[in-house]
Design a protein around this ligand. Structure first.
Ligand code: PLP
Length: 393
């Protein structure tokens, strides 16, 4: 038995999504670029999926570029904008709690002449707006700030961030991987130029995602070939996956009622754990957050050890005392937690299939595990090497 509380890592594929994909593996295997009838048919379902994917984020179909997922979309956004930027704009502002898909890409660019500046966050994980505004000037080519954080669920004040960036002529990218499908998202309304996300975080298949590219955004391709996806991402279209992404945009969206139900499950999880155990703190508690996510610190209990002692609960920690190079989560460090506190945090993320019974069982297993870990003490010889971070997906 496993209680799956790791929906921010990935979600199960919705049966309706699977059903929509199946014929494109079995009945029509044509290349969507082929001009024969089967090819044209494949092309038409790719176009239909593009319209469905666009609709969920308030975009036009023409603004959706299919990729292999958010990692690729983040890479294309950062590298493609910097490559196209005018000579005097070599600076990129990147949130300090971004996913590694953004941070590592920014790091790669910094080794090729870009000036990368990390935007600090408050202890609640929100962008430090004063510090951010100070960093903005005409040298900034791109600002990349995620919409919702994968570890804490904290939601950024993106409209404000985008407005300020546009005042100095910078392009705005957001990693919206954790937001799309879980909350209402309209990229035009938020004022962002580029946005990345993945189908598998919203009950769709793995290995497909999108980059939203608002019209007139200055960006060039980083992968060249057949000129697919409006010339921005060459490579034969993954028709079954794209069809699945389209279906997930229709069937995988969490409704407002479902979002409230998930919020109630998370609240009960946090309040029961807090009443049954001492030293329980929710991270980012004062910030707006995704309803399905809680990052919880259990003081004096190493998170990895708690996971080992509660094997039936699938949850995530940002550190590993058994890993060769154990390290605390960069997200939690950026939120001013020290390395030991960060090593005591676990992320719980519920989804559509999570029941009240799952939460009851998870509470029981986690309480017992935390008590056991606290009574024995666990993580031996913990030496943090911040350069070798593991991160939560
Ligand atoms: N960005 C965020 C915020 C994520 O949570 C993830 C998931 O791991 C990614 C990017 C990368 O997504 P993918 O592995 O689908 O490319």
């Amino acid at each position: 038995m496993t209680i799956y509380l790791d929906h921010n890592a990935t979600t199960p594929v919705d049966p309706l999504v699977l059903e929509a994909m199946w014929p494109w593996f079995r009945d029509n295997v044509a290349n969507a670029s082929s001009v024969h009838a089967l090819g044209r048919r494949a092309r038409s379902v790719v176009d239909a999926a593009r319209a469905d994917v666009a609709a969920i984020v308030g975009a036009e179909a023409r603004e959706i570029v299919f990729t292999s997922g958010a990692t690729e979309s983040d890479n294309l956004a950062l590298k493609g904008v910097l490559e196209a930027a005018p000579r005097g704009r070599r600076r990129i502002l990147v949130g300090s709690t971004e996913h590694k898909a953004v941070l590592d890409t920014a790091d790669w660019l910094s080794r090729r002449g870009a000036e990368v500046v990390l935007v600090p966050v408050t202890s609640d994980g929100l962008v430090d707006v004063d510090a951010y505004l100070e960093l903005l000037d005409e040298r900034v080519a791109l600002v990349s700030i995620m919409l919702a954080n994968n570890e804490t669920g904290v939601i950024a004040p993106l409209r404000l961030i985008a407005e300020a960036a546009h005042e100095v002529g910078a392009i705005v990218h957001t990693d919206a991987t954790q937001a799309v499908g879980k909350m209402d998202v309209d990229f035009a309304d938020l004022g962002v130029d580029l946005a990345s996300w993945s189908a598998h975080k919203m009950y769709g298949p793995k290995g497909t995602g999108a980059l939203y590219v608002a019209r007139r955004t200055r960006i060039v391709a980083t992968m060249h070939g057949g000129g697919h996806e409006f010339g921005l991402r060459s490579g034969t279209s993954n028709v079954p996956a794209i069809v699945g992404f389209g279906a997930a945009s229709v069937h995988g969206r969490v409704t407002h009622d479902e979002s409230s139900r998930q919020g109630a499950l998370i609240e009960r999880l946090v309040s029961s754990l807090s009443s049954r155990l001492s030293g329980v703190h929710q991270i980012g508690i004062s910030a707006p957050r995704l309803s399905n996510t809680a990052c919880i610190r259990f003081v004096g209990a190493d998170a990895e050890a708690v996971m080992v002692n509660a094997p039936v609960v699938a949850m995530s920690s940002g550190s590993a005392c058994t890993a060769r190079f154990p390290s605390p989560s960069h997200v939690l460090l950026a939120m001013h937690l020290d390395a030991d506190a960060a090593s005591e945090c676990l992320r719980f993320s519920v989804g559509r299939s999570t029941s009240d019974g799952d939460i009851d069982l998870a509470i029981q297993h986690v309480v017992e595990a935390v008590e056991r870990v606290r009574s024995f003490g666990t993580c031996q010889a913990r030496t943090w090497d911040v350069s070798e971070e593991r991160s939560i997906v």
